[in-house]
Design a protein around this ligand. Structure first.
Ligand code: HEM
Ligand code: HEM
Length: 127
């Protein structure tokens, strides 16, 4: 399913544009206090989403399964919750959005492990 891989790349590029803009603003203002939010927007948003996209592009049969769509949806939700959550926590506010976002990121990665394992077993069976 090409649409899932393409969606991953759109989200990744959006996170990349936002994360790099944030980096430039931090560098220009000499205020690096939100560096953890910037780091994780780039690493979970740009890098991880792009890696999910690459995997689903190279494994279209796996990408066609509903669990793959659920995994990507959860990963997107985790970034949307975690990054503002880190900003809120760093500014002294509630840690709950960051905690929920982090748990969703982990669940999404565990789902990805299960998805890649079943893909691996299928490939091994066909070898
Ligand atoms: C236009 C592009 C970017 C600019 C201008 C930029 C700028 C910055 C700045 C000013 C900091 C704070 C450094 C410090 O406080 O020591 C930082 C930290 C960081 N950036 Fe970027 N960044 C950019 C892109 C990226 C990308 C694409 C990634 C990852 C794929 C990334 C990952 C990180 C990480 C992990 C840190 C935290 C480093 C640490 O705390 O040791 N950045 N960045
Ligand atoms: C559930 C997801 C994640 C959580 C909850 C998490 C949490 C954290 C925390 C609490 C720190 C220390 C921040 C500080 O000292 O201010 C950190 C640092 C860091 N993490 Fe993560 N992380 C996650 C995912 C990732 C991923 C997927 C990557 C890379 C692909 C990554 C790369 C880094 C790097 C490079 C640093 C050091 C830069 C910094 O201090 O900002 N993290 N992370």
């Amino acid at each position: 399913m090409k649409r899932l891989a393409s969606s991953c790349f759109v989200v990744a590029a959006l996170a990349g544009v936002t994360g790099m803009t944030m980096g430039i603003v931090m560098a220009a203002s000499h205020d690096h206090s939100l560096a953890p939010a910037h780091a994780h927007l780039n690493l979970l948003g740009w890098v991880s989403m792009a890696l999910y996209g690459l995997y689903y592009h190279t494994h279209p049969q796996v990408a066609a399964r509903p669990i793959a769509t659920a995994q990507v949806g959860l990963a997107v939700l985790s970034v949307v919750l975690l990054i503002p959550g880190i900003v809120i926590a760093n500014l002294g506010g509630s840690e709950i959005p960051a905690v929920v976002g982090a748990l969703l990121a982990l669940i999404s990665m565990v789902m990805f492990l299960a998805i890649t394992m079943t893909g691996f077993l299928r490939d091994a069976g066909n070898a």
